[in-house]
Design a protein around this ligand. Structure first.
Ligand code: M6R
Length: 600
């Protein structure tokens, strides 16, 4: 989703901004732009398409030491040069980039800006025009900016240039993520530390409804009432090599391959000195004190939540409900007496999940966030956090974060259960070690999956994933992976549900990928496969050692029955990867999608 960068210092701002935007490409965008302060005023370069297209139009001769940049993921107005950021006020004195959605922009237009001609369809332009209006009415820029912010309803991360104050970048945030990075005689602004890791690893977090005045030597945080806020910086513990592709053709493939290492890292991170799995006792207490857990998440994280429900109910005997964040916020179920909310989010920034968290905290309920990003909004605002330790996930399609979520949920369920004399039936450390080895085998033999992808998915327009019990949830994730990066219409179904409607879609040759890793439902899913074959489907059965049958297309190494989702998802991730590759799709940056969905 939209990304913001800013730089003010002594070196060429253009290159730092462009490189920063390239690091934000993973978030998903459809246009990009930069604005830089020059001796003759602010110059704006913006273009629909990729950063590479923007690079083409940025004049290399322009000398500049201050600027802001933006990648736009269209919400208000189509992807176009006109709607791309930065946007300028009528006199071009003020120039602004924005991430978020201003819900009352039409009302603000009507009420304050009826005589202004707008150049774009965006909500953003209202903000920059309001700043100019208030300055024209006599306010100082700082005051005009704060006045404008106080009128905005919705989410924003903002960076503003003033032609008349070229030594300052004005910054503000509400709900959308934004950091200020500190340097030696320079400072930067970024939606994500990754963008500016090239120049600094020291960052100051911004809280909602704060504004910041950034010069090359100073960073001043203020609340909207003008009160100055002091906040110590933190060090972004990111290794620059973690965010490089290295020799891999795509981040997604690199991240799939990293899964065994991630599982091992999680085991280590959650082991105490005695080698036992351990979790902050306060979290265990919160889990065991609740009468019902409500898992709230989106997309892949929601699918991880479905598996997590099974883990927690079986190992800790606590009832769990799993909810899609975008629905939960507006359609809350009847809650139990002592609910505990668990937010699962790779990025920790998903706006739908955050809206639920804000609501839940207003109601006074405890919340735990399971995330990959320490210091992310969902982590900061929940009472407790469990980290995924998966390392940065750059590809839009989530892979290693999903397996990490499952591993952490299994550990949570086991440790909470063990505190009550329950827990995992076997040695979870050992079984997760076996899982890591099994994933290693799978990623080492990916050529077989590439072959299957070519055979089943090269030309088809649709595909179905079926499974029962845990396999059903993994099928949902397999279908999401396939559709998001290959654009094949893919759906996951519970094997038994097909007969209730979906089987009508089965035609001669329709690929049906069936998971058969669960002994308790093996016969039933085999029956469902027969039903679709009888109607012309082209079946691809992925089973597990010990449960395999003669015509199965792929057999997974055996792991503990409850942990099968951690490995059965891997061939599905690889199937999606190769299907997208064979169809010439942009694997890491699929159309219309954003990595971090920071608008509701
Ligand atoms: O960062 P989050 O885990 O909160 O993101 C939630 C979804 O947007 C995300 O899982 C999305 O579905 C992935 N692109 C799927 O691969």
């Amino acid at each position: 989703m939209c990304g913001i960068v800013g730089y003010i210092g002594n070196t060429d701002a253009k290159e730092i901004l462009l490189r920063g935007l390239e690091k934000l490409e993973y978030r998903g965008y459809d246009s990009a732009g930069i604005a830089v302060q020059t001796e003759t005023g602010v110059q704006v370069f913006k273009e629909k398409g990729r950063i590479a297209d923007l690079r083409e139009i940025v004049d290399p001769a322009v000398e500049t030491f201050t600027g802001i940049g933006h990648t736009r993921w269209a919400t208000h107005g189509e992807p176009s040069r006109e709607n791309a950021h930065p946007h300028q006020s009528t006199t071009e004195r003020f120039t602004l980039v924005h991430n978020g959605v201003i819900e009352n922009y039409l009302q603000l237009k009507r009420e304050y800006l009826a005589d202004v001609t707008f150049n774009s369809e965006t909500d953003t332009e209202v903000i920059v025009q309001l700043v100019e209006k208030f300055v024209n009415e006599g306010l100082e820029v700082n005051e005009a900016f704060r006045n404008t912010l106080s009128l905005l309803h919705g989410s924003y991360a903002l960076a503003l240039l003033d032609r008349e104050n070229p030594d300052t970048i004005y910054v503000a945030k509400n709900k959308s993520p934004l950091l200020v990075g500190l340097g030696d005689v320079f400072n930067v602004v970024a939606s994500d530390a990754m963008a500016m890791l090239q120049v600094t690893d020291r960052y100051v977090e911004l809280m909602d409804k704060e504004m910041v005045t950034v010069t090359k030597d100073s960073v001043t945080l203020q609340k909207l009432n003008g009160e100055v806020v002091e906040r110590a910086p933190f060090i972004a513990e990111l290794d620059a090599s973690d965010i490089e592709k290295g020799t891999y053709p795509h981040y997604m493939l690199k991240e799939i391959d990293e899964q065994p290492a991630v599982i091992r890292k999680i085991i280590q991170a959650y082991q105490n000195e005695a080698g036992e799995l351990s979790i902050d006792p306060e979290i265990v207490e919160a889990v065991n004190h609740t009468d019902r857990i409500y898992i709230v998440a989106a997309g892949t994280s929601y699918h991880a939540g479905l598996v997590g429900k099974e883990f927690i109910e079986k190992m800790a005997k606590i009832p769990v409900e799993v909810h899609v964040a975008s629905e939960f916020a507006y359609n809350m179920p009847l809650l139990s007496e002592k609910p505990l909310f668990v937010f699962i989010s790779q990025s920790g920034e998903t706006a739908d999940s955050r809206a639920c968290l804000v609501h839940v905290k207003e109601l006074g309920y405890p919340a735990l966030t399971i995330t990959n990003v320490p210091g992310s909004t969902l982590s900061r605002e929940a009472d407790y956090t469990l980290l995924l330790h998966a390392g940065p996930e750059i590809a839009v399609a989530s892979t290693k974060a999903y397996t990490a979520q499952l591993a952490v949920l299994a550990i949570l369920a086991h440790v909470a259960g063990k505190a009550k004399g329950l827990g995992f039936e076997a040695d979870l450390v050992q079984e997760l070690g076996i899982v890591a080895n099994a994933i290693q085998v799978l990623v080492d033999t990916k050529v077989e999956i590439e072959y299957i992808a070519r055979e089943y998915l090269s030309v088809t327009r649709n595909a179905f994933f079926i499974g029962r019990a845990l396999d059903y949830y993994v099928g949902l994730e397999g279908a999401l992976k396939l559709k998001e990066i290959s654009y094949i219409q893919a759906e996951g179904f519970a094997g038994g549900e097909l007969k209730h409607g979906t089987i009508a879609l089965i035609e001669e040759g329709t690929p049906v990928i069936a998971l058969a890793t669960q002994p308790s439902v093996n016969l039933s899913i085999r029956g469902n496969v027969k039903e679709v074959v009888a109607r012309g489907a082209y079946p691809c059965v992925i089973s597990m050692n010990g449960l395999e049958e003669e015509d199965d297309r792929f057999v997974l190494p055996e792991v503990n029955e409850m942990l099968t989702p951690l490995i059965s998802v891997v061939p599905l991730q690889l199937l999606a990867y190769y299907a997208a590759l064979h169809r010439d799709c942009d694997v890491d940056k699929p159309r219309n999608l954003a990595k971090s969905v920071t608008v509701e």
